[in-house]
Design a protein around this ligand. Structure first.
Ligand code: PLP
Length: 427
């Protein structure tokens, strides 16, 4: 007999391409079918069949404080009571912008948009407008949303789908996109030596989290900073995942490397569709209506979305112990998981930082896209299906991160570890 989720999936496929609104949700990468979710609270998700899961996806990052946080929910309900949107200036936008500028050390001015994709696309336009140069350097396996110029060796869904270049993207759109390997400063330097005066910006995930989790090696981010400064290119940190997760000031604060522009998403919307890009005042003042780089949005700065994001950021700013809790929870969980895997002798390793981590089913060190690709995706798929069947909702694809939250208490982490141990000791 079909489960309710299976029935809904069958129907969904009639009306939505692949039954979903974002490819990874189809569970194709793990040979399974989607769970249709009805509600979520704290660390739990419930599906249409009444199954309960401990959730390690967290809406792909936003749920740093767990699902359905009462303070965030209340602020959204209050905002709704005043009207869903005005398409006009509001105080909450000013409060939100001020708060982001206070928290992210390199950001002096910010523009709100509706997604991470939009934030990146706009930041690239700003970098090109400001420098009057055309080329952008990105790293293989880094994902920066689905705008045309960035769909070159992108991570995340694009990686598991095996689409290095999406159909429908013209050669003209990607001809100014240069590629380097993550952690390979020499490769970046070679690009600059060849055509440094044409490079507008280097864009990087300061911790790569869309090819699994790949940490920057010591000196990598600093090296990018020096090269950009030397050649007059802008350094863009895509902090859509790392921003407000790795510290209250994002990866830039954690690593002490200041980008010229930053992009945000996910956490700053607390689950609502929000993105933002920001940076130094002299750069951001090229944005319309002050400057000549056009960028607009009917729904940008929507008051309901701002209420959610503002409450989230206020909580993070006012309670620095949240980051100690995320750090110790992550350290405990991923270290224990590593021990379980070692004991079982499975060729798999854990890559992690703070509340972010992943399992790579390979015995080689993972430092970039090539080494991440060496992972056994079938082994991941089998692990994922087992975890799902036992009430643990992990990402339905090898090249995605696990997202812990403050709602992942020690007992919940221990329950998860116990299920993982049963799995790994049996294979
Ligand atoms: C998710 C993500 C994006 C795209 O954000 P959307 O809101 O999905 O458009 C961009 N960059 C990074 C690093 C991301 O993880």
């Amino acid at each position: 007999m079909m489960t309710r989720s299976e029935q809904l999936y069958k129907e969904a496929k009639q009306y939505l391409p692949g039954g979903v609104n974002s490819p990874v949700r189809a569970f194709g990468a793990v040979g399974d079918t989607p769970r249709f979710i009805t509600r979520a609270d704290a660390a739990y998700l419930w599906d249409e069949d009444g199954n309960r899961y401990i959730d390690y996806v967290g809406s792909w990052g936003p749920m740093l404080l767990g699902h359905n946080h009462p303070k965030i929910r209340e602020s959204v309900v209050r905002a709704c009571e005043q009207g869903l949107g005005f398409g006009a200036a509001t105080k909450i936008e000013v409060d939100m912008a001020k708060l982001i500028c206070e928290m992210a050390p390199s950001v002096e001015m910010v523009r709100m948009v509706n997604s991470g994709t939009e934030a990146v696309m706009s930041a690239l336009r700003v970098a090109r407008g400001y420098t009057r140069r055309e080329k952008i350097l990105k790293f293989q396996g880094c994902y920066h949303g689905h705008s045309d110029a960035m769909l070159v060796k992108a991570g995340s869904g694009a990686l598991t789908q095996g689409i290095a270049d999406s159909a429908g993207v013209t050669a003209g759109c990607t001809k100014d996109t240069l590629l380097a390997a993550y952690n390979d400063l020499d490769g970046v330097r070679a690009h600059f030596e060849r055509e440094g005066e044409q490079i507008a910006a280097v864009i990087v995930e300061p911790v790569a989290a869309n090819m699994g989790v790949v940490l920057p090696q010591p000196g990598f981010l600093q090296g990018l900073r020096s090269l950009c400064t030397e050649y007059g290119a802008l350094l863009i940190f895509d902090e859509v995942i790392t921003g407000f997760r790795l510290s209250a000031g994002g990866a830039q604060k954690l690593f002490g490397v200041m980008p010229d522009l930053s992009t945000f998403g996910k956490i700053i919307g607390a689950g609502m569709p929000v993105g933002a890009y920001g940076g130094k005042r002299c750069i951001m003042e090229v944005v319309s209506p002050v400057g000549s780089v056009y960028q607009a949005g009917t729904l940008s700065g929507n008051p309901v979305a701002m209420a959610a994001g503002y409450t989230m950021l206020r909580l993070l700013k006012e309670q620095p112990q949240i980051y100690d809790q995320l750090q110790s929870g992550g350290e405990y969980f991923f270290t224990q998981l590593q021990k379980i895997i070692q004991k079982a002798g499975v060729p798999c390793q854990i890559s992690h930082i703070g509340s972010l981590g992943c399992l790579f089913f390979t015995d080689r060190a993972v430092t970039d896209y090539e080494s991440a690709r060496a992972s056994d995706t079938n082994a991941y798929a089998a692990y994922c299906r087992y975890m799902l069947r036992h009430g643990i909702y992990v990402a339905p694809a090898q090249f995605e991160a696990m997202f812990l939250s403050t709602a992942h208490t020690r007992p919940l982490l221990d329950d998860t570890l116990q299920i993982a141990e049963t799995y790994f000791s049996a294979i």
